[in-house]
Every structure is written in structure tokens, then in C-alpha cells.
Ligand binder design. Structure first.
Ligand code: HEM
Length: 185
């Protein structure tokens, strides 16, 4: 994955646990890089190894750590120059979710060879939205759950996100239901 993903994970750890904790997690995961180059591609195994060590250090199951990382990823991404692109593509949860695929396609133009996930939304009669998530990578559904919740936080909207189809249990791909709890939903 791109260095920016690992960099965001590093930032979450240093914010919560401090520099020394990050250094020991990095050593435990066998990662030699003291700094991540934002635009460079790193092996996925490196990110997975770091995430596993972060979960152990936080004392939570891996899915919980990935979900927390999803929240942090949104806060991180919003601060990047790409955050402006994201805001230009949607001013609310309901606008941004259908634009997720186009957003990643646009970002991918800047990083040849990057393997972006794909998204598709499906409006439901009760006002909720189904978000379909398709990826070459396995095990990241809890991260998606966290990022989707993070989008609600970014716009200050009350939403509830539940995974309704799980690739790990045999579904073709992961599906999430985003329900709008606020009056404005
Ligand atoms: C400005 C905002 C965003 C930026 C800059 C961004 C950028 C990226 C980048 C660089 C990757 C790594 C791809 C790779 O290295 O191969 C990635 C992966 C991912 N992004 Fe985004 N993203 C943004 C917003 C979002 C949002 C709002 C979601 C909501 C669900 C999301 C979901 C994901 C997921 C699940 C992955 C994991 C990769 C995979 O499944 O294969 N991203 N994104």
C-alpha cells in the first residue's frame, strides 16, 4: 500500500501511545523504514504486520484496531491536499458515498500501479444506503466500517453503519448499510 497509509497508522499510534511505543511496534513488526515515503508503494504484508502489532499493543482484537484506524484515516485524509478533492466531490455523507469510487479513481491517476478498492451505493426504500465494497485485499472490512463512521463524524452527521454481507463468511463481497439518524438524514 502507499506510504501514506502506513504514515497514517504511525500517526495514530504516536498520537495515542507516543513515539517510543511506535518505535517498539515498528521493531516488533520487523519494519526497517524509520519514515514512510508518502508516494512510495510498500508491500501489503508490512501494513498487515504493523496493524497486528498495533492491535496487540492497544490490547484489542485486530478488527477493533482496524476500525479505529478507519476513524483516524478519515481525519488524516481530510488534512491531506486530497481532502479538498474529497470535499469538492461531496458536501454530506449522502453525496460523498456514491462518489467514493470516482474519488479513488481520481487519486489513482496520481499513483500509477496503485490497487484501489471499488465502491458502489444502492439507495434503499427506508432512506438508508447500501455501500458495496470490492477489494483485491482481504480482511479490511472493519477498516471500511471505521472509515464510513469517520465520514459521518467529518460532516457532523448522525449515522449508523452495519455490515450486512461479509466476504469472510462466503459473500461475494462486503456490504454495509448506512442509516441516517439525524433529522436532516
Ligand atoms: C481524501 C480521501 C481519501 C484518500 C486520499 C484515499 C486514498 C487511499 C489510498 C492511497 C489507498 C491505498 C491504496 C493502495 O496503496 O493500494 C486507499 C485505500 C482504501 N481506501 Fe481510500 N482514500 C480516501 C478516502 C476514503 C474513504 C472516504 C473511504 C471510505 C470507505 C476509503 C476506503 C478505502 C479502503 C477500504 C481502502 C483499502 C484498500 C483496499 O481495500 O484494497 N477511502 N485509499
Amino acid at each position: 500500500m502507499l506510504g501514506m497509509v502506513n504514515h497514517a497508522l504511525q500517526e495514530m499510534v504516536t498520537d495515542r501511545l507516543g513515539e517510543a511505543a511506535w518505535e517498539s511496534i515498528r521493531a516488533e513488526a520487523g519494519v526497517d523504514d524509520a519514515v514512510f515515503v508518502i508516494m512510495k508503494q510498500y508491500p501489503d504484508e508490512l501494513t498487515y504486520a504493523l496493524a497486528g502489532c498495533v492491535a496487540r499493543r492497544l490490547g484489542v482484537p485486530l478488527p477493533d484496531a482496524l476500525r479505529a484506524f478507519g476513524h483516524h484515516w478519515m481525519a488524516y485524509a481530510e488534512r491531506q491536499p486530497w481532502g479538498k478533492v474529497m470535499h469538492s466531490m461531496g458536501g454530506s455523507v449522502r453525496q460523498l458515498l456514491p462518489a467514493l469510487d470516482a474519488l479513488h479513481a481520481r487519486i489513482a491517476l496520481a499513483f500509477p500501479g496503485v490497487r484501489m478498492p471499488h465502491f458502489r451505493t444502492e439507495p434503499q426504500s427506508d432512506g438508508s444506503l447500501l455501500v458495496h465494497y470490492m477489494s483485491e485485499r482481504a480482511g479490511l472490512a472493519p477498516f471500511v466500517l471505521g472509515v464510513l463512521e469517520g465520514i459521518g463524524a467529518m460532516y457532523g452527521e448522525m449515522i449508523e453503519v452495519r455490515q450486512v454481507e461479509d466476504r469472510a463468511s462466503g459473500a461475494e463481497h462486503d456490504v454495509f448499510r448506512v442509516s441516517f439518524l439525524g433529522a436532516a438524514g
